[in-house]
Design a protein around this ligand. Sequence first.
Ligand code: DQA
Length: 144
Amino acid sequence: MKILFLNGPNLNLLGRREREVYGRTTLAEIEAEVRKRAANLRSKIEFRQSNLEGELVSWIQEARGKFDVIVLNAAAYTHTSIALRDAIAAVGIPTIEVHLSNVHARERFRQKSLIAPVCVGQITGFGTNSYILALEAAVNINGG
Ligand code: DQA
């Protein structure tokens, strides 16, 4: 099982950014946790971050034939990006939406996800553990 983890804008600042919302864990530390768990689950992961919408779109397109599942924290693009939504729909790879914070308990504009309708499901509000839960969901996506 090959899983592509994609992270959107400002997630490179985790650990320094709005710690009361996102905690003190850096993206590199989240990646390390995910890698450790993935090794136990015998799955291969790739972990990337970009602040650019178009780069995320290209990575989703290029995942066809290379990855079985995409785990996507689209960050602010979750709430704005028709391009990301269309890329997920076009590529046809099961995609899991993930967020560190509970977007439904925050500002109104975060409560709408443009990508949710084309994702298999959404994991939101568990901090670093959201990524681990997404990994487990990805590994079991075809019933385990
Ligand atoms: C986020 C939630 C988004 O609303 C926000 O724009 C982010 C991070 C999260 O992981 O909680 O940058 O995706």
